[in-house]
Each structure stands twice: as structure tokens, then as C-alpha cells.
Design a binder for this molecule. Structure first.
Ligand code: PRP
Length: 179
């Protein structure tokens, strides 16, 4: 285990189980609908790639980079679109894939944006839900795992752009982000 990790929240095997269950939920909803799956980069990259590969329904994929945390642990409250989609979402069934819903600002912003662009439907799937930190009244339609107010990293989630490539999700030692 990485020396900066205090304990593991989800092992690789547990992640695989959660991903498989989410894929079943999505397959039931989207069979024959040609959905457009959007990965909110960078955090969702690992989850997104595993999720679409676990599904049987053919999907189209696009990517958007949205950032609001910078190097800190508090949301700026104003998620910034660093890189926009290539696809036109008008009349499309959009599925937004997130690694985590924390304050909810990112999800809220994406929902407004997709509705403004004329998406036919908008569904959100998140690996983690952290309801204790919510600032706006919003939730993912499907969340794989609910977590308390711990600082988690790995499997796409970062602290100051580090730890994203850990294959598991773990709680970061407090001394790392409080130093
Ligand atoms: C993280 C995460 C979500 C968002 C959730 O992204 O990937 O997109 O924050 O937080 P919120 O509910 O408080 O908005 P971040 O802005 O850190 O960028 P990253 O994905 O590149 O790490």
C-alpha cells in the first residue's frame, strides 16, 4: 500500500463489483437508446473506462474537463470548464459519469448546462457520494458507494494531482494535506 494512505476504502475487487452492479443498472435503462456517456475529467477517468467496458449496451463516449478544487480541499463553488465536449447533446440521452459528488456544485453546473443545450434526458452515475459535504440540493441518480467526510484518493481521485493512478481507493493520511 502507498505510504501516504491510512486505510483502504475500496479494494480493486470491491471496485469491480460496484462497477458491475452499476453496469447492470445502466444496461436496463439504456438498451436500444444509443446514450451519450460523458466522463467528467479528470477524476472519473478510471471509473468511466471500467464502467463502459462492463456494459453490454452500445454507448457513445465524450469527455469534458471540469475543475473546481485546484490544489486545495474546498470547492471554489464555481466549477470551471477547462475543456468542453466535442459532441452536440441536443436530443441525446446523456449519462454523466463522476468519480464523486461532494459539494454538488459540479453536478449542478453540468445539469444546467446539459438542459440548456437541449439534452433529451440527463442521468448521473457516481462512484462515490459524500452527502455530508453537500452544499446544494442535488444527488446522483446512481451512486455506487456512500462515504463520510474522509479525504479519499486513488482510482482517479487526487490530492494536488497525485495518487490518481492507485488501483484502489484509500483514505489519505491527514498529515499529507494538513502540512
Ligand atoms: C472533483 C471530482 C468531481 C468534483 C466533485 O473534480 O472529480 O468532478 O470534484 O466535487 P463537487 O461536488 O464539490 O463539485 P475536481 O474539480 O477536483 O477536478 P478533477 O476531476 O480534475 O480532480
Amino acid at each position: 500500500m502507498n505510504k501516504d494512505i491510512q486505510s483502504i476504502v475500496l479494494t480493486e475487487a470491491q471496485i469491480k463489483e460496484k462497477v458491475a452492479a452499476a453496469a447492470v443498472w445502466l444496461d436496463k435503462r439504456y438498451e436500444g437508446k444509443n446514450p451519450l456517456f460523458i466522463s467528467v475529467l479528470k477524476g472519473s477517468v478510471m471509473f468511466f473506462c471500467d464502467l463502459v467496458r462492463a456494459m453490454e449496451t452500445p454507448v457513445q463516449m465524450d469527455f469534458m474537463t471540469v475543475s473546481s478544487y485546484g490544489a486545495g480541499s474546498e470547492s471554489s463553488g464555481m466549477p470551471k470548464i477547462v475543456m468542453d465536449l466535442a459532441a452536440n447533446v441536443k436530443d441525446r440521452h446523456v449519462v454523466l459519469v463522476e468519480d464523486i459528488v461532494d459539494s454538488g456544485y459540479t453536478l449542478q453546473r453540468m445539469k444546467e448546462l446539459m438542459s440548456g443545450r437541449g439534452a433529451a434526458s440527463f442521468t448521473t452515475v457516481a462512484l462515490f457520494d459524500k452527502p455530508a459535504r453537500r452544499k446544494v440540493d442535488i444527488k446522483a441518480d446512481y451512486a455506487c458507494f456512500e462515504i463520510g467526510d474522509e479525504f479519499i484518493v486513488g482510482y482517479g481521485l487526487d490530492y494536488a494531482q497525485q495518487y490518481r493512478n492507485l488501483p484502489y481507493v484509500g483514505i489519505l493520511k491527514r498529515e499529507i494535506y494538513e502540512k
